[in-house]
Design a protein around this ligand. Structure first.
Ligand SMILES: [Zn+2]
Length: 214
């Protein structure tokens, strides 16, 4: 009888330890979906190559699976206000980013720039491969077919509402010194609802919010 009791307790212990370990094992397989919506990717912080992204499709664009529900909610609620949130860019692989960067660099070289000058010039408008937020699957450019100057109503709506769904205006006006990127009213970044609310209410950038980690 005593042996049987010990055996049962032993089995229960093993099951308990297994379930305790489970979330840890899952977060290793898919860390960005599990834990890190606050990942910082900018000109000084590359997106790590070893992160295994789970991507899903919305409007024929790929996004990280963890933002899907909030993105769809935001889309539907904007639609109620007669705003169609059209996605122009979402996830880009490092290879795709490399292609965009090289194409732009080639354009400058064809204009007579040296390789070094072309690289510096390209960096002003295109993020260096590995350093683009679009590689995280958490960033979205909203616009109507790339007509960035005809979307005032959409951007106004996003500015007032996106935080409710966990998104922030990533490159606000007058924050170039911190973000190193000019104002981009179309570029939104998912950080989760709690962070988005604080960042938006206090008019912060992600860099400022993360403070000491920068
Ligand atoms: Zn963007």
């Amino acid at each position: 009888m005593k042996k049987l009791l010990t055996l049962i307790i032993g089995i229960l212990l093993i099951v308990w330890v297994y379930y305790l370990q489970k979330p840890y094992i899952n977060s290793k397989v898919d860390p960005i979906s599990e834990i890190n919506t606050l990942i910082l990717v900018n000109s000084e912080n590359a997106f790590p190559d070893n992160i295994n992204l789970n991507l899903v499709t919305f409007q024929n664009k790929k996004v990280a699976d963890i933002i899907y529900n909030d993105l769809v909610n935001m889309y539907n609620n904007a639609l109620n206000d007669n705003i169609t949130l059209k996605i122009n860019n979402a996830y880009r692989s490092k290879d795709e980013q490399t292609q965009i960067f090289e194409n732009k660099m080639n354009d400058y070289e064809n204009e007579g720039y040296t390789k070094e000058k072309a690289y510096e010039q390209t960096k002003l408008t295109v993020q260096v491969p590995g350093y683009s937020e679009h590689e995280t699957g958490l960033a979205i450019d909203f616009s109507d077919e790339g007509h960035y100057d005809e979307n005032e109503k959409m951007w106004e709506w996003l500015k007032n509402n996106a935080y409710k769904y966990g998104f922030i205006l990533r490159y606000p006006e007058d924050k170039y010194e911190i973000t190193k990127i000019d104002y981009e009213p179309w570029h939104y970044r998912y950080v989760g609802k709690k962070a988005a609310k604080e960042i938006t209410n206090k008019n912060l950038t992600l860099e400022e919010y993360l403070g000491g980690n920068v």
